[in-house]
Design a protein around this ligand. Structure first.
Ligand code: NDP
Length: 396
C-alpha cells in the first residue's frame, strides 16, 4: 500500500481546532458536528445548506457563525432577511460557497453535503492545505483521484468521518500499511437483510426508511437498504487507503458495533468497536490524533451480548457488485453510478418507482455509459454525471 494523503500529520498533535466550518449543516451529520462543536465550545466560521432556510436560521442563531451560505440563491435572500438583526454574513450560490470556504480558511472543515454537490466544496477545501473531515463520500466516488492529487499537492489532511472509514483509519494505526492483507468493511445489512429479490419487489418507502441501527438522512437510508451505500464505501475506502477493491471484503454485521476491521499479513485482525454514534466519528476527525471525552455513551459489551456476521447476497443486492465493477472500470463510471443512483433514489423517495426499480435504473445507466470510463478531468467527470442523470431520468 502507498501512503495516502491523510496520513501526513504535519507534526500536529491534534486536539480541538481553533475554529470550524460545517458544510451541509442542516443534515443529520452536519447537526451532529455542531453538537460536537457546541460541547467543546469551538467557534464556527461558516455554516452551509441548500434550501432549508428555517433550519439554517435556527442553527445560525444557536451557533453564531461568521458566515451562513445557502447554495440556493433564493433561499439565501430569504435567510438574509431573517438574520438582519444578527452579525452573520449571508451569501448565496455554489460559487459563493466555495469562495467563502477559502475566505474563512478554517483549520478544519467538515463536509457533510449530500451527493455530487459536495465535490466542488471538497476540492475547495483540499486546495487550502488544512484539514478536511470528510463525510461526503460522493466526492471520492465521483473524483477520488483528483481529490487525492489536490489534497496531496496542497498538504490537506483528509480524515474520514464515515463510521466504517473512521474505524479503518484507526485500525491502520496498529501496523504498517505494507503489512495489510485486507480491509473488512462492515455493513448493517439495512432493513431488508436476508430478503430475496422477489420479496424486495414488494417493499414500501416506509419499510426502506426504517433503518435498524442508524438515524440518517432519507437518501443514505435508502442507499443502505439497497446496499448502494456499501458499494460507495468500497470505492471510498479504495481511494482513501490506496487499496485495490479486491482487498476489501464486505461483512454484514447487523448489530453495527464493529465499525470495520483491518487484517494484517500475520492473520491478526484489528477492529474498532463503539456504540453507533456519528458524533464519535466527527469528534475524532476534528481532534485526531488526540482523543477527548465526548457525547458518545460507553459501549457495554454485556448488554450487546452477541455479534453476528453474514456474507452479503449479491443477487438480492446487485448494486454492491456493480460498485466493484464501476471502480475497476474507473474514469467516469463511478460518477455515472452515483448520478444514476441519485436520480433513481429521488424518484423512489417521491414514490414514482418501486424499490427494485432503483437497481434496474442504475444498472442500465451504467451499462449504457461505460464509454465514460475515459473521463479524467473534473469537467469530463461532471459531464459523465450530467449524461447519466438524463439517461437515468429517461428510464423512470
Ligand atoms: P442530508 O441529505 O440529510 O443533508 C445533507 C446536507 O447537504 C443538508 O445540509 C443539505 O441542505 C445540504 N445539501 C443538499 N443538497 C445540496 C446542494 N445541492 N448544495 C449544497 N448543499 C446541499 O444528508 P446526511 O447528513 O444524511 O449525509 C451527508 C453526507 O454524509 C452524505 O454524503 C452521506 O453519504 C454521508 N454520511 C451520512 C451518514 C449519516 O449518518 N447520515 C453516515 C455516514 C456518511 P438542505 O437541508 O438545505 O437541503
Amino acid at each position: 500500500m502507498n501512503t495516502a494523503p491523510y496520513a501526513a500529520v504535519n507534526g500536529n498533535e491534534g486536539g480541538l481546532p481553533a475554529s470550524l466550518s460545517v458544510l451541509g449543516a442542516t443534515g443529520p451529520v452536519g447537526r451532529q458536528a455542531l453538537e460536537v462543536a457546541g460541547e467543546h465550545k469551538i467557534p464556527l466560521d461558516l455554516l452551509t445548506a441548500n434550501t432549508d432556510v428555517s433550519g439554517m436560521e435556527a442553527l445560525a442563531r444557536a451557533y453564531s457563525p461568521r458566515f451562513a451560505v445557502m447554495a440556493d440563491e433564493g433561499a439565501a435572500r430569504d435567510l438574509a432577511a431573517r438574520l438582519k438583526d444578527t452579525p452573520v454574513t449571508v451569501r448565496g450560490g455554489t460559487d459563493a460557497l466555495c469562495e467563502t470556504i477559502r475566505v474563512v480558511n478554517s483549520p478544519v472543515t467538515v463536509n457533510a453535503i449530500l451527493g455530487e454537490a459536495g465535490l466542488l466544496p471538497t476540492l475547495a477545501c483540499a486546495s487550502l492545505g488544512r484539514r478536511l473531515a470528510l463525510s461526503n463520500k460522493e466526492s471520492l466516488v465521483v473524483a477520488g483521484e483528483i481529490v487525492k492529487a489536490e489534497a496531496k499537492k496542497a498538504g490537506c489532511e483528509i480524515i474520514p468521518v464515515d463510521s466504517e472509514h473512521s474505524a479503518i483509519f484507526q485500525c491502520l494505526h496498529a501496523g504498517r500499511k505494507s503489512d495489510v492483507r485486507s480491509i473488512l468493511l462492515t455493513a448493517s445489512g439495512g432493513p431488508f437483510r436476508g430478503m430475496t429479490r422477489e420479496q424486495l419487489a414488494k417493499v414500501t418507502l416506509q419499510d426502506a426508511l426504517a433503518h435498524p441501527t442508524w438515524k440518517m438522512g432519507a437518501k443514505i437510508t435508502v442507499d443502505s437498504a439497497t446496499m448502494m451505500n456499501k458499494g460507495f464505501e468500497v470505492i471510498e475506502a479504495a481511494h482513501l487507503f490506496d487499496v485495490s477493491p479486491d482487498a476489501i471484503k464486505v461483512v454484514v454485521h447487523p448489530e453495527s458495533i464493529i465499525h470495520s476491521a483491518v487484517e494484517y499479513i500475520d492473520s491478526a485482525v484489528v477492529a474498532q468497536l463503539s456504540s453507533p454514534d456519528m458524533r464519535l466519528c466527527v469528534q475524532y476527525a476534528l481532534t485526531y490524533p488526540a482523543r477527548l471525552p465526548g457525547l458518545t455513551r460507553e459501549l457495554d459489551l454485556f448488554s450487546v451480548g452477541t455479534l453476528n456476521f453474514f456474507k452479503p447476497d449479491p443477487e438480492a443486492f446487485p448494486l454492491l457488485p456493480l460498485a466493484f465493477y464501476a471502480m475497476k472500470r474507473g474514469g467516469g463510471v463511478p460518477a455515472v453510478l452515483n448520478a444514476a443512483n441519485e436520480v433513481a433514489v429521488a424518484a423512489f423517495l417521491k414514490e414514482k418507482i418501486s424499490f427494485t426499480d432503483i437497481s434496474r435504473i442504475v444498472s442500465e445507466t451504467v451499462e449504457k455509459l461505460t464509454v465514460c470510463k475515459n473521463a479524467k478531468t473534473v469537467e469530463e467527470l461532471l459531464d459523465a454525471d450530467k449524461q447519466a442523470r438524463s439517461v437515468a431520468a429517461a428510464l423512470i
